[in-house]
Design a protein around this ligand. Structure first.
Ligand code: SAH
Length: 366
């Protein structure tokens, strides 16, 4: 059997893995065993799976594989932030970033190669879009990073949190992001609690409602502006899903979970969205949603027209929010010497026009 016909076990969450084993005439507990080998122990060789019979191992070798993207670059910034460039089977490459902090270690994962949303201040958008990542490509980022980082002296994992804040819009790749998030939370895989997995979205409202029902992880929303006129310019998706409806969806998201708050991300762009008047407008807006605010100093990239708001102005903006009782933190700029900061992830988007051309062709043909 050729490689392409084998099932990559990394693409299967628990339910899919159980179905896979059912198809082989095996019991569901095989799924638990294999999930543990693959994700918990990072084993990619069926022969090392000693609690499976020799015969089952041989059948697995025939039908399945554990295929992880290859690391093509591994850089560490002065502040300890580490970035991996991973090569995908089709020649595209994606970036994954690890951010060490005192109390936690956060992995920032990508969900697409490039992005369709074209937010005016984000470098990923400027790279264009090629395609969405598969389940295996998403979870592999955690697998690869965990293997590279090893464990701390107590034997605990170094990565304690995952955020979908890399390349792409996770809610536009829901069908693959969901099983990957389920694996992140699976006790035999990575065992991360719901609140340690954060999905960041520019606000794809219908998918927010599905997420709340399917897998209510921590939610971050890229707001960036306190009114529609300005947000339309910064986040074009706002024209489809304007602020009032987005906040309504955020309220629904929190409704069943009493202590849940939405984190609103707000990139600080000098002279664009960072005045004290904007801060007061934001306070008004967020009154009815249980919220926290993350102010993100803008990270520049080549050919951008924006500048970062000066530190003092960010502090004054924050003070307005804090005075109104909104928990607000200014995100530290991490890893910018290796282009690993928010909005700087570019990866390598191959052939970004191909998909669009194909779609246009298809539209013309039908
Ligand atoms: N598509 C998702 C997730 C990816 S972006 C979303 O929009 O939330 C992750 C975060 O980085 C978002 O809040 C995004 O707005 C922010 N960001 C993008 N470009 C940035 C830049 N140049 N400087 C600072 N933050 C940026």
């Amino acid at each position: 059997m050729s490689t392409t016909e084998k099932t990559n076990l990394l693409s299967l969450d628990r339910q899919a893995m159980q179905e896979f084993f059912a198809g082989m005439g095996e019991k569901p507990f095989r799924a638990t065993q294999v999930i543990q080998w693959v994700h918990h122990y990072g084993v990619d060789d069926f022969d090392a799976m000693t609690n499976l019979s020799k015969e089952l191992r041989a059948r697995l070798r025939e039908a399945a594989e554990i295929r992880v993207p290859e690391i093509i670059e591994d850089q560490t910034a002065a502040d300890g932030t580490r970035k991996w460039l991973l090569r995908l089977d089709d020649g595209n490459a994606i970036e994954t970033v690890f951010i060490p902090e005192e109390e936690r270690g956060t992995l920032c994962v990508s969900s697409q190669v490039g992005c369709t949303l074209n937010c005016s201040f984000c470098s990923t958008g400027h790279q264009g879009f090629n395609r969405s990542l598969g389940v295996a490509e998403i979870i592999s980022q955690l697998l690869v990073a965990n293997c590279a980082l090893g464990r701390d002296p107590k034997g605990e994992r170094i990565i304690t949190n995952v955020v979908f804040m890399g390349m792409g819009e996770p809610l536009l790749n829901y069908d693959n992001v969901l099983p990957a998030m389920r694996l992140m939370q699976d006790d035999y895989a990575y065992g991360l609690s719901r609140r340690r997995v954060t999905l960041s979205t520019a606000g794809v409202i219908p998918m927010l409602d599905r997420l709340r029902e399917d897998c209510p992880v921590s939610l971050a929303v890229s707001l960036h502006a306190p009114n529609d006129a300005l947000r339309d310019q910064l986040v074009p998706l706002n024209k489809k899903y304007p602020i009032a409806e987005l906040l309504e969806a955020c309220r629904r998201y929190c409704a069943d979970a009493p202590r849940t708050r939405v984190t609103f991300e707000y990139v600080m762009l000098d002279g664009v969205n960072d005045s004290l008047a904007h801060a007061h407008e934001l306070v008004k807006l967020l009154q009815t949603v249980p919220s926290k605010v993350n102010l993100i100093p803008f990270n520049p990239f080549p050919d951008t027209r924006y500048l970062r708001t000066p530190r003092e102005a960010i502090d004054q903006f924050r003070d307005v929010l804090v005075a109104a009782g909104i928990t607000t933190i200014t995100r530290k700029t991490r890893g910018d010497d290796i282009d690993a900061a928010c909005g700087q992830l570019a990866g390598r988007v191959q052939d970004r026009t191909r998909r669009r051309e194909r779609l246009v062709k298809r539209a013309v043909q039908t």
